[in-house]
Write a protein of this length. Sequence first.
Length: 655
Amino acid sequence: MAVLRGDGCRLLLADEVGLGKTIQACVLVDELRARGVADRVIILTPPGLRDQWQHELHRRFHLDSTIVDARAVRRRVADLPPDVNPWTTWPVVIASVDYVKRPEVLSSVVNACWDVVVADEAHRVAGDGDRHQAVKSLTSRAGYVVLLSATPHSGDAAQFQSLCSLGSHGERLLVFRRTRHALQSAVGRRIHRHRVRSTLEERRMRGRLDAFARAVRAERGDGNRDAWIALALLQKRAFSSAHALWRSVTRRLDTLTDEAPAATQLVLPLDEDGEVTDADATPPWQDVLGLRDRNRERRLLTSLADAAAICARAESKVRVIRALLRRIAEPLIIFTEYRDTLGHLARQIDEPVAMLHGGLSRVERLNALESFARGRVRILLATDAASEGLNLHHTCRTVVNVELPWNPMRLEQRIGRVDRIGQTRTVHAFHLVGGENGELGLLDELRRRIAHAQADIGAPDPLGAALNDEVIPPMPSDAADVSAEIVRLRLRRALTPATADDSRPLAVVARNRRTRAKLGSRRLLMWECNVEDGFNRVAASTLISTLSRSDCGIEPPVAAAGIAAWQSDAVTVAQRFSAVAVDRAEAIVRSIERDEIVSMQPGLFDRRAHFAHAALKAVHDDALAAQRERKGRLVQGGRIAVRPPQLRLLLSPRP
């Protein structure tokens, strides 16, 4: 309702995890399409959520969409003339952000002139990475921008502002946020912070890790930010598992040979469909961790690798997980940040498991989820690559976190896989925290970031630390408008089946004795009053009821109480809705006009630079023409007209 009455064109849906943001976004897209301003829609999601979006659009809104990846583009290009952009041929597209962000793909997508861009899990595109730049390019040219994130604020104010600025041409951002506590159907949540006592071998391993860190800081200096981050990442790997640390260290040792370094092999983009991600893979070794004395570095790392290998045989967190599995005789999800820790846990657990991580294809993900949902396995091992968008509340209610991530909202995303609308039992989340290995310091940092996020937008507390009672700034209340709209929609839908394909009114005789008594000698008339746009599409409608004597004619309710006021308000709202859309379209046109194509100086006998410049200019001109055409349609649609009332129902007391 806020968008349709012209409050803005950019929207952030920030409801907590599991409260139906996908459905709300679909409702908005459906309403905009009904008004003819959203013929072309692109939905950007993490790879694992494309099928879910397609299913929801078709099942609940009968809206067909296309999942577009490299294969789909190749098939479409084969059937098109060479000068046609394949992205312009699909009206509703669902695509992976990781596929769209590729330079060879992005330019075609940006120039396809989208009416609506929906960015799911929008917190993933905050910051300055290539995902952010890709979504920024798309949203800056879209008529409507819809951002979805249950965790938009991780405690980093700069990233939050970066997220809120997506697609901005100076307009306001509409922000809506509901909490789980606002729902009467919300179930309870219990957070268990489990202190894990380290073994002697683990303390020895961390001592050797500290020795290596001291050697790096002695050479790089305590103020070297890059060295600090790289060492923190090693500590983080140790928090996850000794096996993860061993993997990182041994990969570095493999490169510390006396032989000349081998030629670097180029990494081929094997995942051309954008289905996998390396976010949970073993991170590369940072050069800033290298010591000038390679022999000393080799000795320190060899000692560390040996200690990690011993620890990996009997880790304290693995012992705790085994105890939890014996105690909890029902399905559960175990989350970790790294793919190698995931595989290590799978080998240490003495029963079948299903695994979800960023290295799986779309089909492999679906198979793993099906095995878990159908009860073929009761344990699902997952990384954060699988912690967003999954609906697992019908299968389980328990989440175990092997380690604490740097971003506290990742914990909320993990717990949100089971704490969703439809969950009927108390949700349990277990956080495993090492007592003597520095994780307590990370816990304090997470609490600080949660406090900042709560102060800004009332973020949830996935640590269960009871930092303060959740206080959400009150939104402007439009309860009366919403209630009236619900009543109107119910009544209109009750009348629609009989009149959808027939302009004639429905004439019926009252069967209920009390209804006939109330009518007496009068008839009840139900009128539909419409306000239409410049394309004769309904922009607003209402139903007016009147009573007339049976022996009188049927006269339209021109002077009925409230109809003139409703028509005036409806025209004002429709004009405002159109004006806001036109203003944004004009801002987009101006921004494209400011994008200059840098001239290129061709060589004396080489025309390639000239042809390249001409091609870029043609693409720029086509994009500008498409946006100008879109603006023209919006201007024409903004010519609002009031139509005479149409009789829809005639209720008589007798035949």
